[in-house]
Design a protein around this ligand. Structure first.
Ligand SMILES: O=C(O)c1ccccc1N[C@@H]1O[C@H](COP(=O)(O)O)[C@@H](O)[C@H]1O
Length: 203
């Protein structure tokens, strides 16, 4: 059985990042765009420095030019970047010379299948308002179903994972507000329940 990977996003506290690592997250995410969960590159570096070498540190950006993204990535010591806006493909191409790129798409209907040709190492399907916990119709993911690295995000929670896994088996899932007690503050019990369910996989 293929594993399902998990990214825990919107981290602002070292204790939450350490809990995510201990409970089995493959990646942690830091938001550098306007958000209640926004951190500085220095804060992300300090949190990331507490983690072991096998946890991917991902930076979330919205329409930041490549030079800016790379400067933040260097300071924050990121392993990958997530582009959450309307970044042109050339920006992703420029960034991929340095780091893996995750292209996020905000869904308010089925995506344009042309998205499959966007130059990215993985695609992330999110709801219409990132970080809001707002869900969407997973039937809309049909045009992306054959993508080898589809990350499902947007309104996920421990309660919703069984239904998701009954419908599709993504490369990875990404969660932020569904495991929080307040924006940027993770709830360890919810994090544990989420990651335990992810570890059981889609079977
Ligand atoms: O979390 C935010 O505030 C945020 C801001 C700007 C871009 C992306 C953001 N979060 C991303 O939203 C998804 C899912 O969030 P949720 O689980 O629905 O709360 C996740 O990929 C975050 O990276």
């Amino acid at each position: 059985m293929e594993p399902v990977r998990a990214k825990v996003c919107g981290l602002t506290r070292a204790e939450d990042a350490l809990a995510a690592e201990r409970l089995g997250a493959w990646a942690v995410g830091f938001v550098f765009a306007p958000s209640k969960r926004r951190v500085t590159p220095e804060q992300a570096a300090a949190i990331g420095a507490r983690l072991g070498p096998f946890v991917m540190r991902v930076g979330v950006f919205v329409d930041a030019p490549p030079d800016e993204v790379l400067a933040v990535a260097r300071t924050a010591r990121l392993g990958a970047v997530q582009l959450h806006g309307r970044e042109p493909p050339e920006w992703a191409e420029a960034l991929r010379r340095h780091l893996p790129v995750i292209k996020a798409v905000r869904l308010s209907g089925p995506p344009d299948p042309a998205l499959l040709t966007y130059p990215a190492d993985a695609l992330l399907a999110d709801g219409p308002r990132p970080g809001s916990g707002e869900a969407y119709d997973w039937g809309w993911l049909e045009p992306l179903a054959d993508h080898p690295r589809l990350i499902v995000a947007g309104g996920l929670s421990p309660e919703r994972l069984p239904e998701l896994f009954a419908r599709l088996c993504p490369y990875a899932v990404d969660v932020s507000s569904g495991v929080e007690s307040a924006p940027g503050v993770k709830d360890e019990a919810r994090l544990r329940a989420f990651l335990q369910r992810v570890r059981r996989g889609c079977g």
